[in-house]
Design a protein around this ligand. Structure first.
Ligand SMILES: Nc1ncnc2c1ncn2[C@@H]1O[C@H](COP(=O)(O)OP(=O)(O)O)[C@@H](O)[C@H]1O
Ligand SMILES: [Mg+2]
Length: 360
């Protein structure tokens, strides 16, 4: 089932009586049967968006549709949603079986059918052997899978997950994220997965939606958003290590960092911000290119070598750091203190105006 938000706005009044536009005039369509990662920094409006879809919050303005069915004024229990929060929120005194079964008790579901569905859900999340355990006898990842089973047992139309992996340690987070992906594929349920972790969103989602300050910045397949960011915020938010950001200038169809020519361009003369992914540099062994940096530090881990390069003299306001990172193949043998000539891979470089909007 498709979720469609039209001009959706949620305004909170903060303690000091200011308006907070937590969700700001959002037009967004979540396609049927897909897992969508809603991604952005803390406070950007992800949870608010989710709770508006769930009906736990009422929108200030705008509309929400589940397919052709307008649900904007519908109470949460009528919407047919399954919700999973960061803290598993299981009933500690109940067994896994009772926890999964619980949502069916208020419904008029026959006992036999309830039992059957509980088992099916436990099986779906791989916990059919653990039905008699209490939550505290399970790992965090298993508890979260119980929460997912409980959310799905009513056969909801959508599954909404709010940072479901945040309380898990790194290993369980990875494992459980694969599990969520599998469960979503097997059930085909339309799913919105909220996270502030770009890597998590990129790895699990069919499409990601990047939010900032209540506004949708960009939506698309993870690799497309990574490769074609529409603005500097998105470019910086996706990728680890982060994209390198330089002050730059276009003069006579050439792109400059300081007085070094990076490459040619079709854009007119102006000051710009240049983003280059860490993997976006080639080493110019013939040392012909004008882009030359002193390598300060070399770290080789496995296949990759990371060069750390100091970059003084750049506007601190644009550069987050005083140094930047270049990732090259470990077969290059480069020592600290070497002067290295680079060329830039055109598809790994993005040019922005001084407002951070992509040059077009
Ligand atoms: N109940 C509330 N009252 C006032 N402000 C709120 C409330 N809930 C959220 N906000 C504010 O709305 C903005 C978005 O919050 P939220 O949706 O929780 O962000 P996220 O989930 O992306 O971290 C934040 O500025 C937050 O402080
Ligand atoms: Mg949140």
């Amino acid at each position: 089932m498709e979720i469609r938000m039209e001009k959706l706005t949620k305004i909170f009044i903060s303690k000091d009586k200011k308006e907070v536009r937590a969700v700001d005039n959002v037009d967004l369509t979540i396609p049927t049967g897909k897992l969508i990662g809603l991604l952005g920094p803390s406070g950007c409006g992800k949870s608010t968006t989710l709770y508006l879809i769930a009906g736990l919050l009422r929108q200030t303005e705008g509309h929400i549709y589940f397919d052709e069915d307008e649900v904007s004024e519908m109470p949460p229990e009528k919407r047919g949603i399954g919700l999973v929060f960061q803290n598993y929120a299981l009933y500690p005194h109940m067994t896994v079986r009772e926890n999964i079964l619980f949502p069916l008790q208020n419904l008029k579901v026959e006992k036999e059918e309830a039992k059957q569905r509980t088992y099916e859900m436990a099986e779906l999340v791989g916990l059919q052997e653990m039905l008699d355990r209490k939550p505290k006898e399970l790992s965090g990842g298993q508890q979260q899978r119980v929460a997912i089973a409980r959310a799905l047992v009513k056969k909801p139309r959508v599954l909404l997950l709010d940072e479901p992996l945040s309380n898990l340690d790194a290993r369980l987070r990875l494992q459980t994220r694969e599990e969520i992906k599998r469960i979503q594929r097997e059930t085909g349920i339309t799913t919105v997965f909220v996270t502030h972790d770009q890597e998590e969103a990129m790895s699990i989602s069919d499409e990601i939606v990047v939010m900032k300050d209540g506004l949708i910045q960009q939506m698309g397949e993870p690799q497309d958003v990574y490769d074609f960011p529409t603005n500097l915020f998105v470019a910086k938010f996706l990728g680890n290590p982060q994209i390198n950001v330089f002050d730059g200038e276009i003069k006579n169809k050439k792109i400059y960092i300081d007085d070094m020519i990076v490459s040619e361009t079709k854009f007119p003369d102006q000051k710009i911000i240049i983003g280059i992914r860490p993997e976006g540099f080639n080493i110019d062994a013939e040392e012909k290119s004008q882009l030359v940096f002193d390598v300060n530090l070399v770290e080789t881990i496995g296949r990759d070598t990371t060069l750390i390069i100091d970059m003084p003299g750049q506007e601190a306001g644009l550069l987050d750091k005083k140094s930047f990172k270049v990732i090259v193949d470990a077969s290059y043998r480069i020592g600290s203190g070497h002067k290295v000539h680079f060329t830039v891979k055109p598809d790994k470089m993005h040019l922005f105006d001084l407002n951070g909007e992509l040059l077009k």
